[in-house]
Unconditional design. Sequence first.
Length: 310
Amino acid sequence: MQRAIFMGTPEFAVPSLQALHELTEIVAVVAQPDRPVGRGQKTAAPPAARWAHAHGVRLLQPPKLREPTVLEALAELAPAIIVVAAYGKILPRVLLDLPARGCVNVHASLLPRYRGAAPVQWAIARGESVTGVTLMQMEEGLDSGPLFVQERVPIEPDDTGGSLTVKLSQVGGALLTRSLPALLDGTLRAVPQDEALATLAPKLTREDAALDFRQPAVELAARVRAFQPWPGALATLPGGGSLKVLKAGVVEGPHTGAPGELLAGAPASLLVACGEGALALQVVQPEGRRAMTAAEFLSGHPLSPGVVLG
């Protein structure tokens, strides 16, 4: 078996890591350092690191990838290939040039569309009906290297950022399994990306959670799905406080309210006017409370038509 290094961090990386394990000798897994997670902020190892521990594979979690000692340690392992899946940091040129077969990235979009850190979420948020997974040869640019193979995956109407990530992770592992032998023997050729078709998928921030009701309802409904589970989708309540929106739907028809105005609708409904159309907030979560239906929320937080959500 040829020697390989795997670089990846979240759950998305694990199916690709398992595929690489079955076809090569993984001499090291490189993942992001352990970080605090959850409400208790307890330090926990990321999924790829947990996989390495479970399989007895050498694990490196350097805070800074460009440290000379880290690069020297990786060079000493003499890998034939480095496979990357959602590692989370830019690889320096010295590392890109290290393996004989180069560095191959498992990217969760149909490149050149959605280059960047959050391709799954932005594909949903921007109303795409299809996405996919790409195997690409890495270079110093942002997801700009030549493409080996791609597989298309439909985006279903109920897909969220979380559910679609799981689907694409499995597709990525299967695609790597099918392609890795040809990658290792050099018979799989890459083709350049069409730069004219390139779009970006920037890293998500907490600010992306805010729902701007001046936007069309169809766009806001897509953002609610896209940003689950993180950073979520938030509306501001009258008088302060926020309301996390877990599920929402578009309500067609003419609506005369100003953006953010709560409209008269079905009993115990949260129907909000938008820049175009209206958005029904179907499942919500008040701060510090459990998730609940709109009717359950209104039974304890009565809001009258005409109030404005921010």
